[in-house]
Design a protein around this ligand. Structure first.
Ligand code: ZN
Length: 216
């Protein structure tokens, strides 16, 4: 089966009425462009209250499988635990799968785009980090207004990143060869253990540069 779901009772956060919603447990997007599109828009987490008509997001745990682009995303705010995860992941890695956990819907939708583009997501996070630092260096008064730093696309050897603020924002164009050089200079630092469904997100990138107390 390419899609599994279940029903849960849910209380509307707006009007307080209780109703039944359907949440997805797993989605396999092979030959299912519609589900892929609904996923990349975040719509698979969207619910509408039948009483007041308000729309809202319900972030349940979801496994998203893309066999053509060879990646599996696990949407969950908590790490994979409770069983020997390597037993599950080792055969998938042998088949060439990239395995990632996404903590938020925004991370999930962005990760689909990055991995569909065939981009190493470590490079994407490096590019986002570098763009954010550069934006803050050049716009010190606006650093606090940054609302998002997003991967946009990769083409012709460059990666495009958008640093967004409330009213506008700035696009950054970074050569991929430069990012690869940066990554390869610190291979150990940027190493990702695919077997554990790791989070490769902005918090992860920031954590790499945090100096533990007493080791400065
Ligand atoms: Zn409602």
């Amino acid at each position: 089966m390419s899609i599994t779901n279940h029903e849960v009772e849910y209380k509307c956060p707006y009007c307080g009425e209780t109703f039944t919603i359907t949440v997805y447990d797993s989605i396999n997007v092979k030959d299912d462009q519609d589900m892929r599109d609904r996923s990349v828009m975040g719509e698979v987490f969207q619910q509408t209250c039948p009483h007041c008509g308000k729309q809202f997001m319900v972030q349940n745990e979801l496994t998203y499988i893309d066999p053509d682009h060879k990646f599996i995303l696990f949407v969950s705010s908590k790490p994979v635990a409770g069983f020997d995860v390597r037993k599950v992941t080792e055969p998938l890695i042998r088949q060439g799968y990239t395995l990632r956990r996404c903590e938020t819907v925004a991370e999930f939708t962005e990760k689909i785009q990055i991995l569909e583009d065939g981009v190493d997501d470590v490079l994407a996070e490096l590019a986002k980090y570098d763009s954010y630092i550069e934006f803050c260096d050049n716009n010190k008064d606006q650093a606090k207004d940054v609302t998002a730093v997003e991967y946009q696309k990769c083409e012709n050897g460059v990666m495009k990143i958008n640093v967004k603020t409330d009213d506008k924002g700035m696009a950054f164009i970074i050569p991929i060869s430069m990012l690869e050089e940066e990554r390869d200079q610190h291979k150990d630092l940027y190493h990702v253990d695919n077997e554990t469904f790791p989070c490769v997100n902005s918090q992860w990138m920031v954590s790499l540069f945090e100096v533990p107390d007493g080791k400065a």
